[in-house]
Design a protein around this ligand. Structure first.
Ligand code: IPE
Ligand code: IPE
Ligand code: MG
Length: 255
């Protein structure tokens, strides 16, 4: 297993950003293509993606980001070959076990968001152990989205609401955007400020749809295994040039 640098990387200075997003969501995409380009099987790309994730976590801490949510396995990824699915399950488990001490030392609070059905029990165990170990940490919350899908998250929440209404714990017709958001599995995560996707694909692929309603989108051409803290900072730099309006308007006829 490769050794990683401590948080600060020698010779690399964190740029001064005019605005730092509080919550960054990342679709870590392009592992398979990275491997195939090198004549390697897809799983080699997943392996190479581990270093990118650790470097990005370090870079997010250095930039002063407080919440980082990463898409590690989607509810649609079960459509892949049994070999790749099996590899990804085992690999997620190993990464969590190997990296939790390091993340803990960095003050990272690890959280799992996703569905239980189908997910390997051993992966759930590692996710829950990492959560337990790091629950008091405050530097950065790293939400690992494993067996996560945004539409099913919303549907699960609707079903929970209908149960609460049936049990008379909730008044029919009383749900608001705010109370709905609190019932989503991501709660208490804030809305996504910056949504990043690597590998040149320009779509959201069912990741944090509700939470990203007003997120700034940045698409990077870099394949995930080549992604690093500097590429994250480039995305933050783009973010800091954007003007967020949330539907409101700014009237400045003189420019
Ligand atoms: C992202 O890389 C990792 C997961 C979805 C688990 P991909 O495996 O989707 O790589 P590409 O998009 O096929 O290159
Ligand atoms: C999204 O990437 C899921 C993860 C990165 C875990 P995909 O590679 O599965 O998405 P599509 O199929 O290209 O939309
Ligand atoms: Mg992909």
């Amino acid at each position: 297993m490769m050794e990683f640098q401590p948080v600060a990387k020698r010779g690399i200075k964190v740029p001064k950003f005019s605005q730092v997003p509080k919550h960054i969501a990342i679709v870590m995409d392009g592992n398979g293509r990275w491997a195939n380009k090198r004549g390697l099987p897809r799983v080699e790309g997943h392996k190479a993606g581990e270093a990118a994730l650790l470097d990005v976590v370090a870079g997010a801490i250095e930039a002063g980001v407080s919440e980082l949510s990463v898409f590690a396995f989607s509810t649609e990824n079960w459509k892949r070959s049994p070999e790749e699915v099996r590899f990804l399950m085992g690999f997620n488990k190993e990464v969590l076990r190997d990296r939790r001490d390091q993340l803990n030392n960095w003050g990272v609070k690890v959280r799992w968001v996703g569905r239980r059905p189908k997910l390997w029990a051993s992966v759930i165990d590692e996710l829950e152990e990492a959560q337990r170990m790091t629950k008091k940490n405050k530097v950065l919350t790293l939400t690992m989205c494993v067996n996560y899908g945004s539409r099913i998250e919303i549907v699960d929440t609707v079903n929970e609401i209908t149960q609460l209404v049936a049990k008379r714990k909730l008044k029919a017709g009383s749900i608001t955007e705010k109370s709905f958001g609190k019932l989503l599995s991501t709660n208490p995560l804030k809305d996504v400020d910056l949504f990043v996707r690597s590998s040149g694909e320009k779509r959201m692929s069912n990741f944090l749809l509700w939470q990203s309603a007003y997120a700034e989108l940045v698409f990077s051409e870099v394949l995930w295994p080549d992604f690093d803290r500097q590429e994250l900072w480039r995305a933050i730099e783009q973010y800091s040039t954007r003007q967020r309006r949330f539907g409101a308007a700014i009237d400045s006829p003189k420019g």
